[in-house]
Design a protein around this ligand. Structure first.
Ligand code: SAM
Ligand code: SF4
Length: 343
């Protein structure tokens, strides 16, 4: 297939720097709002999904990604919804793998793991080296209760397939008050036992289920307290380019990450922006400010209008999110769910 990458004039290869001097070199692209699960903190059971014609085509997603790489983006994470349920998504991975020759250093994805048995080997062949798999519990019934539609066995088989294909797996676990508090330690021991690191995430007040998330909110001190009962955690020097703080675990040799948007701001070092499957750019996960990239993308074959839109968005990138005020009820939560911007 012919690459949709238009050749950019040198003047367009200026880096993406916002008005707080933060350089953006990481994009997360939600390739679909659809999902085969309905996690309670992310989606309602009866979701209305976007009409297919609103979505960027796979070719447009590739062209957009190429434009970001021209502007110095070095890491692309595909997410969703569930990225691996987008029809022909592997065509996109193959297309993006060509950007390794243009400066891209890392191509990765966040997935619920349900389709990894089918795709793990092909992902590895496309240059994907690491994959984040979301897993909040190792109990089949609890897994079904949290994901509503998910099957734990299928996800565990997917994790096996990923590791067999040589992909490094990281487990993402949302810490949920009253739901998986008793599993933090077993989950870490299980994951580290098979060479996978674990990151815990605070439930964020996003989307229609924001109230549920606020009720489920558990500060991650609860995680460190539970783990410290049996494990020795030492602050790690590891940095992932993401917002997590890491701890090395002496007993297992593994690593635990804590992603704490509410109890600890990570905005000062924010290096990322997010694009939805309709081509809307959000420069902050917790703010409503957005920029349409679909119109400039479709307006012309060259990317000049697109780059101008990126410059404009960077000037407006907010200093930080307002999750704390939203949690306290002082501000309304952002209306879009995590499945729109992909976490
Ligand atoms: N479907 C994929 C998955 O579940 O990994 C990718 C998309 S999902 C929206 C990305 C991450 O966001 C998952 O790890 C999920 O647990 C997390 N997430 C979803 N809603 C959240 C919320 N309200 N607060 C915190 N994390 C959330
Ligand atoms: Fe789907 Fe991921 Fe949201 Fe769960 S967290 S409903 S798997 S998009």
């Amino acid at each position: 297939m012919e690459t949709p990458l238009a050749v950019a004039p040198a003047s367009l290869s200026r880096p993406l720097v916002d008005s707080y001097a933060r350089r953006v070199d990481y994009i997360r692209i939600s390739v679909t709002d659809r999902c085969d699960f309905r996690c309670v903190y992310c989606m309602s059971e009866n979701m209305n999904f976007l009409p297919k014609q609103d979505l960027l085509t796979l070719e447009e997603l590739e062209r957009l990604s190429a434009a970001f790489v021209v502007r110095g983006v070095r890491k692309i994470r595909l997410t969703g919804g569930e990225p691996l349920v987008r029809r022909n998504v592997m065509q996109l991975f193959h297309g993006l793998s060509r950007l390794f020759d243009k400066g891209l250093e890392e191509l990765t994805l966040t997935t619920n793991g349900s389709q990894l048995v089918r795709y793990a080997a092909e992902l590895a062949a496309c240059g994907v080296r690491r994959v984040n798999v979301s897993l909040d519990t190792l109990k089949p019934e609890k897994f079904r209760a949290i994901t509503r539609w998910g099957d734990l066995g299928q996800v565990l088989a997917g994790i096996d397939a990923a590791q067999q294909a040589g992909l490094k797996v990281k487990i993402n676990c949302v810490a949920l008050k009253g739901e998986n508090e008793d599993e933090f330690l077993p989950l870490v021991e299980w994951a580290h036992g098979r060479g996978a690191d674990v990151s815990f995430i605070e439930a964020m007040p996003l989307g229609e289920d924001a109230v549920h998330n606020i009720e489920s909110f558990l500060p991650l001190d609860a995680v460190t307290a539970a783990l410290s009962q049996r494990l020795t955690l030492t602050p790690s020097t590891h940095v992932s380019g993401g917002p997590a703080r890491y701890f090395d675990v002496a007993e297992t040799g593994g690593r635990v990450g804590l992603i704490t948007p509410l109890s600890q701001h990570f905005c000062d070092s924010c290096n990322r922006v997010r694009v939805t499957c309709t081509g809307t750019l959000y420069t902050c996960l917790g703010q409503e400010d957005k920029t349409d990239l679909r119109a400039p993308l479709r307006a012309a074959r060259d990317d000049e209008a697109l780059h101008a839109a990126l410059d404009d968005a960077m000037r407006r990138k907010p200093r930080g999110h307002d999750f704390v005020a939203q949690w306290a009820g002082a501000l309304a939560p952002a209306k879009r769910p995590m499945s729109m911007t992909g976490g």
